[in-house]
Design a protein. Sequence first.
Length: 272
Amino acid sequence: MTFASRRLRNISIVILVALGLLIGHQVYNVALYQEQFLSGWLLIGTVLFLTFYNARKKLSMLPIGTAAKWLQFHIYLGFLSVLLFFLHISWRIPNGWLEGLLAVFFIGVSLSGVTGLYLSRRLSKLLTQRGEEVIFERIPGFIAGLRSEAEELALQCASGTSSSTISDYYAADLAPFFSGPKNLMRHFLGSRRALFEMIKQTTNMDRYLNDKEREFAEKLRQLIEKKDELDYHYALQAILKGWLFIHIPLTYGMIILAVIHLVLAYAFSGGL
């Protein structure tokens, strides 16, 4: 089965389930039952199941389906949870501070989830367009290695040519660049202006260099380009990891509020 056919199948299933929820909700409502309790239990069950996806990623050794299938299920079930949410609140603005706060948390979780879905699709493609794939946690170590190479190159040039032009340029302009990840926002926006400016500076400096110094300058340009590629991967991977620090805390905060809401709902209805 092709990717397009699988997506069509999955979307069709979601639409059918959504229609079933709408019809079931209406039937339950016409029968004069307290449909908020049914939709509420379905919603909290769905949210708990969605939360289990985070635990599934840490239990990759268990034979409970591939991570890709769990992700697809998480995405489509997440969209269905939005429908359940609006059915539960009867398509109106929630009353009371607890319900309002819970709605804010749910909307925050939903929006951060959709944002994360877009970023994971978009940035994953962009990461393949520049350089080799690099493990995020190893990037600072690679940057430190490039910094050592650049510093050694500047020192070798100064001692080998008896000229401080390149070493002075490195100390004044390039040392901060090699000190750690830089230009993160520019990389996220797809701009390579910072790289072009540094390459232009080193190229303009060639007129003041002798042949031996130009060899060192060319090696320095290559290190600048490698460092810029690492910065690019660091920026995009940091965003891919960083959005989870919004999505996951909001999710757990929402669950806590949902439990409080559930207890109060049953308490005031006489169920407790």
